[in-house]
Ligand binder design. Sequence first.
Ligand SMILES: [Zn+2]
Length: 310
Amino acid sequence: MTVVSSGTRAERIAALAFDYRAQRTARVERCNLCVGSVFIGLTHRDRYGYPASASGCSRCGLVFLDPVMTRESYADFYTRTYRPLVSAFHGRLIDARTIQQEQREYAVEWGNLLALYVGGRGYRTLLDIGGSTGVVADALARRFDLRATVIDPAPLETVEAQALGIETIEGLVEDINLGTRRFDVVVLCQTVDHLLDVAGTLGRVRELLTPGGFLFVDIADFRAAYLRHWSVEDAVKIDHPYYLTEATMAAYLQRAGFEIARADYAADHLHVGYVAHPSTPRADALPSPASVGELWREIRLVQNAPAARH
Ligand SMILES: [Zn+2]
């Protein structure tokens, strides 16, 4: 069981004795969005105080951890460190049980958006990738009369989903062979920023959707995150390999073969949700050079403004 120690935030995080420097990491060779290789180093510390660096792709504006922990390191991180670390950061217990109330509220909020796209279309199946405890999948399945499947790599979370009677598959969507199965509704809830290969996963999701189905995905908008605390470092955290913006997410979806039906700003003013239908892939989709230039200018403004916290 996770126990939150007392003391300041820095002391609580130190008490976890997670040694980020000892983790295996790999340098990012190519931008996951545009395959460019010219990067701009942006930050050298994350919100927990770990020496994690974030870079941006000069061509498309994608921001990502660079170097980034390997898949094996992340598997270990999610098994042992992630929930205790988030608990230490917030100073309260956050685990597979306590997050369920928050997930129920999440399901209601985004369910109200999805209701606009589900009704009367004869949908029968729902796939929740990174579906954690299954609370969101269960709520959406009940509300829209769908049969739910959850894919998640964390056994402590999928056991909760199994208790709800949901079909669960432990692992990563890129590795799982679902044969010819297709799903009418696929959701990636608070998950895309945690992926190691966003382009690969979105491409896989596109294959798993029925032709008339749709994808729901939400991002923690990087610009909202750094403007909120007026700090780029405080918007970076080792649990997020990627820092998506509206511009980069739109390009990702277009490249993977999705047409955005609707974007929606969440009530928390941080997340942006998208409903997207299968469409013809636009392999050359990119954020405009003007929007990329504006992103770097805004980041420098935040980093150098007198009010910035250092
Ligand atoms: Zn790029």
